[in-house]
Design a protein around this ligand. Structure first.
Ligand code: FE
Length: 203
């Protein structure tokens, strides 16, 4: 059955419109082949635990860290981590003086291969507007108190960049294996709305 829109113009049924949209997305190469048939597989492939592995490697291997800061995409690919929305990974390194937080003020872009698909709060208009305008109070509301002495740098995604924050390695983790380090890194710390905590039971 053909319905009509508010101006009484005939429109195709939802199923047909969805199919047309799917075909054009695939035709233009905007989604991986078969991805729309199997969203579950897509979700499991793009997992932020990949980003945690990258962070743990960077903390453990200074040469790798250097390559990661130089060319995020290539360094992630070294660990077999790549794919759509991962073509332009730019890694932002936190220091004791500077804390990074990332946002896509236009929409909701993330580096899928390392951060997974964006969480709902990241896509919310509130987060996108407020993190740019008043990051310190917003982070405080999210439970992260950044001392006044530390600069907060809010970095907005562009068409050519997908960011990953390299958080500070917490004290007390000397000698930890990469696997153990990766286990304390969470998605929030790689977006910059949290820091990594090595306290037992913190994650
Ligand atoms: Fe976006």
């Amino acid at each position: 059955m053909i319905g009509t829109d508010k101006d009484n113009v005939p429109v195709a049924p939802v199923g047909q419109r969805a199919q047309a949209l799917k075909e054009i997305l695939e035709e233009k190469g905007l989604v991986p082949d078969g991805a729309l048939e199997n969203v579950e597989a897509l979700l499991s492939e793009f997992d932020w635990s990949n980003g945690a592995r990258v962070v743990a490697r960077a903390w453990s291997d200074p040469d790798y860290r250097g390559r990661l800061l130089q060319d995020g995409t290539a360094a992630c690919a070294e660990l077999g981590i790549e794919g759509p929305e991962g073509e332009y990974i730019v890694v932002l390194e936190d220091t004791p003086e500077r804390h990074h937080v990332i946002v896509c003020t236009q929409c909701s872009c993330t580096a899928w291969p390392v951060l997974g698909l964006p969480p709902d709060w990241y896509k919310s208009p509130e987060y996108r507007a407020r993190v740019a305008r008043e990051p310190r109070p917003l982070l405080r509301e999210l439970g992260l108190e950044i001392p006044e002495s530390v600069e907060i740098r809010v970095v907005d995604t562009t068409a050519e960049t997908r960011f990953l924050v390299l958080p500070l390695r917490p004290g007390g983790t000397e000698g930890w294996s990469e696997e153990r380090l990766a286990a304390i890194v969470d998605r929030e710390s790689m977006i910059g709305v949290a820091v990594v905590d090595a306290t037992p039971g913190a994650t």
